[in-house]
Design a protein around this ligand. Structure first.
Ligand code: VGL
Ligand code: ZN
Length: 206
């Protein structure tokens, strides 16, 4: 069975949000159309406590987008975003949610970030998404959302590593590009890991 994984399509990642992804809102109508052609749809939700270690504000003297060591892992410092129970952490208001079977929160532990929707950045704990998909009989996943160069990429890489046939839906994703080629390099990295790049039109035409 095939599943669609909607990664972090949340208010804080949309234009005007705390960690806005350029043109992030452009993916919402595409994500809505895609949901109709999948038998199973799941979503991930960046869901940080206010004291999260990925927030620059929690490291006095450090600046935004600087890299630090956080409990043994390299961590980019982000603006405060997707704080649990705040409006910015909600799934985007325009995203249809009736067909989302389950939402998997991630980044809930203050001491470690979780770009992937499957495991934290140290691969120490599972979110349960991989096990849940396997229990449903899913063998093939299609990943899209925000942001291509962080949470989408790491979700797709982990899914491929778990043995799912994995696809990246390019036009249903947008990236941050802290460095100008980050998105391009991320797509290449996914492709090298055996993840195929597809466009929404390829999935919607059949
Ligand atoms: C994300 C940076 C920090 C993402 C989440 O969803 O791609 N990026 N937290
Ligand atoms: Zn985050």
């Amino acid at each position: 069975m095939k599943a669609l994984i909607l990664v972090d399509i949340q208010t804080d990642f949309l234009p005007g949000g705390a960690l806005a992804v350029p043109n992030g809102d452009a993916i919402i109508p595409i994500a809505n159309r895609l949901q109709a052609v999948f038998p199973l749809v799941v979503a991930t939700q960046d869901w940080h406590p206010v004291n999260h270690g990925s927030f620059a504000a929690n490291h006095p003297g450090k600046t935004l987008f600087e890299q630090i060591d956080l409990n043994g892992l390299t961590q980019t410092l982000w603006p405060v975003h997707c704080v649990q129970k705040t409006p910015g952490a909600e799934l985007a208001p325009g995203l249809e949610q009736e067909r989302i079977a389950k939402i998997f929160p991630k980044g809930t532990d203050a001491g470690i970030d979780s770009y992937s929707g499957l495991f934290d950045n140290g691969h120490r704990k599972s979110t349960g998404l991989g096990e849940w998909l396997k229990a449903k009989g899913v063998t093939e996943v299609f990943v899209c959302g925000l942001a291509t160069d962080y949470c989408v990429k790491f979700t797709a890489l982990d899914a491929a590593e778990l043995g799912f046939k994995t696809h990246f839906i390019e036009d249903a994703s947008r990236g941050v590009n802290l460095q100008p080629n980050d998105v391009k390099n991320s797509v290449a990295e996914m492709n090298r890991a055996g993840i195929t790049t597809v466009q929404s039109a390829d999935l919607l035409k059949s």
